[in-house]
Write a protein that binds this ligand. Structure first.
Ligand code: ADP
Length: 171
């Protein structure tokens, strides 16, 4: 079904969101990193890392490729599940927009599998992976609007006021 997804914006910390699923801006190793990834593992506890290690030993021996998404437990987070997705590193020479859009599409597909009604996304690739915020916001919002899913609320959680303002303007 399509046309049901409401897009909302909040400024805050994604680990505090009371939603069915939070999306992690992971890296291919699935074994933790900085930014959102570090915060999710710190706050969610070792259960998430155990689940990620299991995925690395089974389905993703070479790591999770950019643009794909996979779910684990959310450990001690208020959310039920974490959907790990790997954004592309920004490149001024090569257009990797399709991969960034794929992160949102694939995360929503996994959210549907989980029957998640509410999903919180960070601004994928805009931190350590250096994607310019305005362009990333366009890709995020247009992709969510164009992707049919059962999710009722997609909540973009922006860490600082600047990112929030950019998303607000794009929306
Ligand atoms: P990537 O490696 O995909 O660039 P990052 O985690 O480095 O991912 O950053 C993605 C975005 O998330 C950045 O805009 C960063 O400021 C923001 N961010 C960092 N920590 C949090 C957090 N706890 N909650 C929400 N957003 C966060």
């Amino acid at each position: 079904m399509t046309g049901h997804t409401r897009v909302t914006l909040v400024q805050g910390d994604i680990t505090e969101q009371q939603v069915d699923a939070v999306v992690n801006a992971a890296n291919s190793s699935l074994l933790g990193g900085g930014g959102v990834d570090g915060a999710i593992h710190r706050r969610g506890g070792p259960e998430i890392l155990d689940a990620c290690r299991h995925l690395r030993a089974s389905l993703y021996r070479k790591g999770l490729p950019p643009g794909q998404a996979v779910a684990t437990t959310a450990g001690n987070l208020p959310a039920r599940s974490v959907i790990h997705t790997v954004g592309p590193v920004y490149s001024a020479k090569e257009d990797r927009s399709d991969l960034l859009a794929s992160c949102y599409r694939e995360s929503l597909r996994v959210a549907d599998e989980l029957e998640a009604a509410t999903v919180a996304f960070p601004a994928i690739s805009t931190g350590i992976y250096r994607w310019p915020m305005t362009d990333a916001a366009h890709i995020a919002i247009t992709t969510v609007h164009a992707t049919p899913s059962q999710v009722q609320e997609v909540r973009f959680v922006l860490f600082d006021a600047e990112a929030y303002t950019v998303f607000e303007q794009v929306l």
